[in-house]
Design a protein around this ligand. Structure first.
Ligand code: CP
Length: 320
């Protein structure tokens, strides 16, 4: 495996889930794989879970993790080609990438969508430069359009908690005070479409996800109707993906607090588990009552981030 961006990169999902189970049961069994190997974890944006779970996964595999916070620990980096660098960015990715990859065997990148230029974001302009100029296996640690380590951890969690062979999984938009990228819902949709689940998406009109990720998943604009009989409720905010109106890309179209997942919403489900990738804004995305209930999976879901990361890194080490 030389890149991890999409569900297709992991291959057979049943095999990946079985491997995740083994990694979780015996996390130190592959410590020899990472001996004398280094992974560089590059963060253009803040992180708690991704930063820590990636380091933990690397350490479990015997690898040395190096974490670099761009703009804090390093020079600010220019990401656009052909610009006159007369601003506050001292170094271009074109040089910084091959320098960084000369010090490591694998590299993970966190680089959020800027939400200003849809083409720049949806072409994964930053991530693609790491592939092109780095020459080392690349993991998206949430890039402009995808967050595959999160989606894989979400699927592992659903596999662990499902009570029926084909559970109903509902991805619901929820309100947030700031404009957020679409990487988490994009990847969640992509992975749920590939999994053996009955998947439904619900959001206010205008928030339609890019079809490259949403596929043929049904969209139900009536949130309560979508949640009926759900076994898992996955809440997330995202800004306008600009599918139906590109001029509105990255905008907040709604702050309707009626979409906040609360006890009234959970009452129509099949005693559903609640999921969210975290960090979460309490009483915006989800009520205290729902996130504090025994049916909330947000902590085991976050814990599984170390498992998904370890499976991905293990496969990359095995392919070196
Ligand atoms: N879910 C997630 O990626 O969390 P962080 O942004 O804290 O890494």
């Amino acid at each position: 495996m030389d890149k991890f961006f999409h569900v297709s990169d992991i291959g057979d999902l049943g095999a990946a889930l079985e491997e995740a189970k083994q990694v979780k049961a015996t996390p130190f069994a592959w410590k020899h794989l990472g001996q004398d190997k280094t992974i560089m974890l590059v963060f253009f944006n803040s992180s708690l879970r991704t930063r820590l779970s990636s380091q933990k996964a690397a350490l479990n595999l015997g690898m040395n993790p190096i974490v670099l916070n761009i703009g804090q620990d390093s020079w600010k980096l220019e990401t656009e080609m052909g610009v006159v660098m007369d601003g506050d960015k001292s170094e271009h990715l074109r040089e910084a990438i091959p320098v960084m990859t000369s010090y490591c065997d694998l590299i993970g990148i966190r680089s959020f969508a800027g939400l200003q230029d849809r083409d720049f974001d949806y072409n994964e302009t930053v991530l693609r430069q790491f592939v092109e100029y780095g020459g080392k296996p690349v993991i998206s640690l949430e890039s402009a359009t995808v967050h595959p380590c999160q989606a894989f951890a979400d699927l592992i969690t659903i596999e662990e908690y499902r009570k029926k062979k084909r559970p109903k999984v509902v991805l619901t938009w929820a309100p947030h005070p700031r404009a957020l990228p679409q990487a988490v819902p994009n990847s969640f949709a992509e992975w749920m479409n590939a999994a053996d689940v009955d998947f439904v998406i619900t959001h206010p009109r205008g928030y339609e996800l890019d079809p490259a990720f949403a596929g043929d998943a049904p969209v139900e604009y009536d949130q309560m109707k979508a949640l009926e009989g759900a076994d898992f409720v996955y809440a997330k905010n995202w800004s306008c993906p600009g599918v139906t109106d590109p001029s509105r890309y990255g905008q907040i179209l709604s702050k309707d607090m009626g979409w906040t997942v609360d006890a009234r919403h959970m009452a129509v489900t099949n005693n559903a588990y609640f999921m969210h990738c975290l960090p979460v804004r309490r009483n915006m995305i989800v009520s205290d009552e729902v996130i504090d209930a025994p049916t909330s999976l947000v902590i085991p879901e976050a814990a599984n981030r170390a498992v998904s990361a370890q499976v991905v890194m293990k496969r990359m080490l095995e392919s070196l």
